[in-house]
Design a protein around this ligand. Sequence first.
Ligand code: HEC
Length: 113
Amino acid sequence: MRALALIAIPLLAACQPAAQPLTPEQSAKLTPKDPRLAQLYAGSCKACHTVGDSKAPLTGDRTQWDPRWARGEDALLTNSQVGFGGMPAGGQCFECSAEDLGALIKFMAGREP
Ligand code: HEC
């Protein structure tokens, strides 16, 4: 019985992952699967969004992204296009289309691998 519980508990936890804060090091290891997006990400967003004291929400850290995500994807996209607080317009990615930004935001907010 005890062995069963040891197996069952982690399985249950895996089914309902609670949002865990990430360290900047953990955040910096994440990269979009799509190679082109990965390149865009590495060339701009990553420089701020994996650095603890940049005030930017850490990539993949849902504890930081969920309250922003709750405002809606459209609001996040618009803010990233026009700039928002310390976030420069377009995230300093001059070759990013609106679609690219939307995909990058999903990735960074922990909605897509
Ligand atoms: C120069 C640093 C910097 C770069 C580069 C950068 N960001 Fe940001 N970003 C920030 C900071 C700082 C914030 C937090 C702004 C605030 O809440 O005042 C932020 C916030 C955001 C938000 C949340 C906006 C909201 O409405 O809450 C999104 C979305 C975002 N960034 C997307 C991106 C994307 C996509 C890229 C790459 C294309 C990127 N950022 C590149 C610094 C940066």
